[in-house]
Design a protein around this ligand. Sequence first.
Ligand code: 3PG
Ligand code: MG
Length: 408
Amino acid sequence: MSTISLADLSRLSIADIDVSGKVIFFRTDLNVPMAEGQITDTTRIDRTAPGIADLAARGAKVVVAAHYGRPKGERVDSMSLEPIAPALAKAIDQNVAFVSDCIGAEVEAAVASMANGDVLLLENLRFHQGEEKGDADFAAALAKGIDLYVNDAFSASHRAHASISVIAGLVPSYAGPLMAAELTALAAALEVPKKPVVAVVGGAKVSTKLAVLNNLVAKVDALIIGGGMANTFLFAQGVDIGASLAETDMADQARAILTNADAAGCRIILPVDVIVAKEFKAGADARHLTLGKDHLDADDMILDAGPETVALAVDALNTAKTLVWNGPMGAFEIKPFDAATVDLARQAAILTRMNGLISVAGGGDTVAALAAAGVDDKFHYVSTAGGAFLEWMEGKTLPGVAALLGQA
Ligand code: 3PG
Ligand code: MG
């Protein structure tokens, strides 16, 4: 992992650059969830908006570029960024013009007619194949008429795409304020953390988080494992898990992680008690069982961690200085199986306020779970990133960050 120093951050920051009259290609992540043409969560827009508004207020001509969905290099009308323009305008409290492509004569004309302080939104970058391919000609077309490049899209910076990593080699490149905030928070959480560090990793599958788990056991003092993936670890240890969701073919890998943790002095906290039900539906008849003591029926499914497990996790957090959280502790989408996630999240929020716990969380599900617990604004930092947060937890240098650092 490339450790980002504070010196790097101030060198990369657009904050102190004279941008007046400059055309800035501002790469951000506007990949917000939509249902029936309505944005259902504006977090990503709201978090990048101040950076756009600030550059416009400083007299830059801000050309905002982003992807939406996965149109695979073709124009797909349902993935147009046009409906996002009014939401962006509202968030920055100024007009946002829209142009129906991201390269070509129409874009060049629109950019040429911008006045200082104007904001222009380009159409979905992924309507062109060159974007995902990281094509040099496409990147050059994007850079045409551009004075400076700003990457404010940490959450898309795990993609070595033309607008993320390639363009950074073509024009002077800087980190936007959201990018800088993400990098600062993540560095404080895992790269140069205050110890002890506790990680919570949950979610359904071990297989999607193997690299995360292996990286974390080498770095953190305690690792709390929750969600469906905990079942796989319990199974690997010979615990009866009834009909629970588990990746039984991952048992060897799970045991290897436990061995690595032991060697690295990382304490692993797995469920000692669980909430089971015979059906996964709201209001299902749920029972609390202590593992190794109470009997699980063959058709019982573990759907959440129990209160004794949460108490063990809270004990670990009590003495921790830093918390990194990715993934829910149980099947939090359906009550009552949200209890462990909600309780632990609330305790972490209290410790953040009372103990100065540096609590950092990320990943799509995680943020939804924290929001459901009412504490997403009570953590030290909640990342806007999903996949990028995971790759960062794996210890990878994200291509977009490497490009800014000049290491691409
Ligand atoms: C995300 O939503 O995680 C980012 O915008 C990246 O999108 P992608 O997974 O389609 O590359
Ligand atoms: Mg994604």
